[in-house]
Write a protein that binds this ligand. Structure first.
Ligand code: SIN
Ligand code: FE2
Length: 222
């Protein structure tokens, strides 16, 4: 364990100096380690958001309880219940507006979008996903946003995960993309409606975040 951890720290230090872009499609890519320089500013913001809007396990329209815990910040937050998927300005659990998007979140999202070729990204929603070991996200498209002109910017924190990136049809066999703490995936343009998901999270202990993965997805929803 300690030697693995040391190897991870070396890999992180290298990426901090020189993040790498790996293409996943004509307008989709993973920016390796791109979020690492922001992490110190992201975590206090995240704690504040979660105090006001704690993770909760939502129910799909089909009646399944999601294994991933969800929260949101920004002008709009994403919700699912028996009535369907939608964005709302108010957190249905607290009856209050969703917590404001911390400045560091917005800066990171804009910088990552620009790096991926989508300058001018103005996210109004950040969905926060909480994965514990065993939690997964089945293949789906992000299509509750009003217009698909803006990309999705997805930031991975904590335990590693395997991201699946499929095609425009659910039947298309997805790529498997291993994601580490600090990686950012961006998909937009012709890749905007590609199916995607996350395989069941493996057991582990992240030095900063413990036994969990937290994913921030930024959208222009309204
Ligand atoms: C999502 O599609 O909302 C989450 C993707 C991820 O957790 O990486
Ligand atoms: Fe998604």
């Amino acid at each position: 364990m300690p030697s693995n951890h040391t190897a991870d720290l070396f890999a992180e230090a290298e990426l901090r100096q020189a993040p790498r872009t790996e293409p996943l499609g004509p307008q989709a890519c993973v920016l390796r380690g791109f979020a690492l320089p922001w992490v110190e500013r992201l975590l206090p913001g995240l704690r504040g958001v979660l105090r006001a809007a704690p993770f909760r396990q939502m129910v799909t329209p089909g009646g399944f309880t999601m294994s991933v815990g969800l929260s949101s910040c920004g002008q709009l937050g994403w919700t699912t219940d028996r009535d369907g998927y939608r964005y709302t300005a108010v957190d249905p659990q607290s009856g209050q507006p969703w917590p404001a998007m911390p400045e560091a979140f917005r800066e990171l999202a804009r910088a990552a979008a620009t790096q991926a070729g989508f300058a001018g990204f103005e996210p109004d929603a950040c969905l926060i996903n909480h994965y514990v070991p065993g939690a997964r996200m089945s293949l789906h498209q992000d299509k509750d946003e009003r217009d698909y002109g803006a990309p999705i910017v997805s930031v991975s924190l904590g335990l590693p995960a395997v991201f699946q990136l499929g095609g425009q049809q659910r039947s298309e066999r997805p790529l498997r993309v291993p994601l580490q703490h600090g990686d950012v995936v961006v998909w937009g343009g012709v890749d905007r409606l590609r199916y995607h998901g996350v395989l069941p999270l493996k057991d582990g202990m992240h030095p900063l975040l413990g036994p969990r993965r937290i994913n921030l997805t930024f959208r222009q929803a309204g």
